[in-house]
Design a protein around this ligand. Structure first.
Ligand SMILES: Cc1cc2nc3c(=O)[nH]c(=O)nc-3n(C[C@H](O)[C@H](O)[C@H](O)COP(=O)(O)OP(=O)(O)OC[C@H]3O[C@@H](n4cnc5c(N)ncnc54)[C@H](O)[C@@H]3O)c2cc1C
Length: 467
């Protein structure tokens, strides 16, 4: 086999929501005889079951107390079918009244079913699909005609184009390992809290921290729960009444945008204003200079995070009840973790000098910013000069179609959390779905860079055909 001839027309790297959305798009629009490969990562599901195709970091765990943070009507796989999940849910139980925020496990079931359905549709269409259960490690070669990706088994995969949807990278407390320290929290870390007792400390008060709190509060032997973050802010709640689209334009420097937000929020629910802002946020972000972006991050990011990352109202009520009953406290502090002489994990509160010695610590600090020091596919691609970071020094830089390689070289598109910094709003399912759509449209438009070969029928080592 000539290594310079791409074996795949398109390689999708990732086996979560983004990849699932891409398969749904391709099932509709891929040309016949296109050769698609999906590299889903080498992680196997914790319980050995088939519960991870399409589920990624977020939707594979089966804890029914963890709800989607977005209403079902905007969680479809396709840009023009944002309510695709709602239709699926209604078809599962036609007589059941749907609550706005359903368990993430149900969303995982939707993604799995769509994953398999779309693979079948693609095969029926004559599209060749290979699922590769390995992780991408690096880019071996990038030329004008092909990209060669190396996986963790050492196999090379040459392809005409790549769509990378590897999802979020969790911030990790380097080097610390302990049976009572839950890190990483996703996809299955919180299962360790089953049967926990005593005091639980959660580092982080964002959405992941709240999930950890809900898990801990469900354990009757957990006597005290402490959540700590540097701003001590909890996310606010959704308002189902704020579903209407708001016609307001946000323009100008960060202060002007803030003024527009305040004016609009004096007239309508602030949640509706944030929804409108979310839709325009990447355009505003792109118009700002690097200095304006830094200023906005320094002064507004706490406010943005609390208002943008919202909770189902019932979940916030559970948390507030636990605070009222004295079972949960929130502390505003920077923290550092260390082990004491007896080997316990200790949480040091920087500044106050306080030290907590809890029974369990959960690291729920959210998503890392991608940079070239990371020991990962992205870190390697940045060090090798294949990708660039945004002007902020982190986040993979791309164009409007999320292409991260220059014209003249084979196209690689990167969507989702790896773009944080270059984009401000890029982790939620609606944003990833839009980015996948824009990427595939660019790759497969007339005179598209992906030249579909009808003559090759190669099968690489480590990949298996789907029938
Ligand atoms: C706990 C949690 C809850 C969330 N809840 C919501 C919500 O309610 N609503 C919402 O809109 N968003 C939510 N999100 C955001 C979520 O990230 C997106 O909804 C969506 O899953 C992102 O899709 P993705 O494909 O980018 O990442 P993922 O769905 O995480 O998929 C990434 C995939 O890439 C694979 N992968 C990683 N590295 C490699 C590699 N080197 N090689 C090959 N494969 C690799 C992983 O195994 C995984 O299959 C949540 C996130 C988390 C963590």
């Amino acid at each position: 086999m000539d290594p310079r001839v791409p074996v795949h027309d398109l390689l999708i790297i990732g086996g979560g929501f983004g990849a699932c959305s891409a398969l749904a798009w391709l099932a509709r629009l891929a040309p016949k005889a296109m050769r698609v490969a999906v590299m889903i990562g080498s992680r196997t599901p914790a319980d050995g079951a088939d519960n991870f195709y399409g589920c990624g970091l977020a939707y594979g765990a089966q804890d029914p107390t963890h709800l989607l943070n977005s209403a079902h009507w905007n969680m479809g796989l396709l840009l023009d079918e944002p309510d695709g999940f709602t239709h699926w849910l209604s078809a599962q139980s036609p007589t059941k009244k749907l609550s706005d925020f359903v368990p993430r496990a149900e969303y995982g079931a939707f993604l799995q079913s769509k994953w398999h359905e779309n693979l079948k549709l693609l095969t029926l269409k004559g599209v060749e699909v290979h699922v590769i259960q390995q992780s991408a490690i690096s880019i071996l070669e990038l030329t004008d005609r092909f990209v060669t990706i190396v996986d963790d088994a050492g196999t090379n995969h040459s392809c005409a184009a790549v769509l990378v949807c590897m999802g979020p990278t969790l911030i990790s407390e380097t080097g610390l390992r302990h049976e009572k320290l839950i890190s990483p929290i996703w996809p299955h870390g919180l299962q360790c809290l089953k049967g926990a007792c005593g005091q639980v400390v959660i580092i982080g008060t964002g959405l992941s921290g709240i999930d950890a709190a809900i898990s801990a509060l469900a354990e009757p032997e957990v006597t005290k729960l402490t959540m700590i973050s540097r701003d001590g802010r909890l996310p606010l709640a959704h308002d189902a009444a704020a579903r209407e689209r708001l016609d307001v334009q946000f323009k100008g420097c960060p202060l002007e945008v803030l003024k527009t937000i305040r004016t609009a929020a004096s007239r309508v629910p602030w949640q509706a204003v944030m929804n409108a802002l979310r839709d325009q946020s990447n355009i505003i972000w792109h118009d700002w200079t690097t200095i304006e972006r830094r200023l906005a991050l320094r002064h507004l990011s706490g406010m943005w995070t609390a208002h943008r990352n919202r909770l189902p109202p019932d979940v916030l009520r559970q948390v507030e009840t636990a605070i009222d009953h004295g079972r949960l406290e929130i502390i505003k502090s920077f923290t550092r973790l260390h082990f004491d002489n007896d080997g316990h994990v200790c949480v040091q509160l920087i500044g106050s000098g306080g030290i907590i010695k809890p029974d369990w610590v959960v690291d729920a600090r959210g998503f890392a910013r991608i940079n070239m020091n990371m020991n990962s596919f992205f870190g390697q691609a940045l060090r090798d000069g294949h990708f660039n970071t945004s002007g902020l020094g982190y986040g993979i830089a791309g164009d409007k179609s999320h292409r991260v390689t220059p014209l003249g070289l084979a196209p690689i598109h990167v969507v989702g959390a790896a773009r944080i910094g270059d984009l401000i709003e890029t982790t939620g399912a609606p944003e990833v779905r839009t980015q996948v759509h824009q990427s595939l449209e660019a790759l497969l438009k007339p005179n598209h860079p992906v030249k579909v070969s009808r003559h090759m029928n190669c099968q690489e080592n480590g990949s298996s055909a789907i029938d």
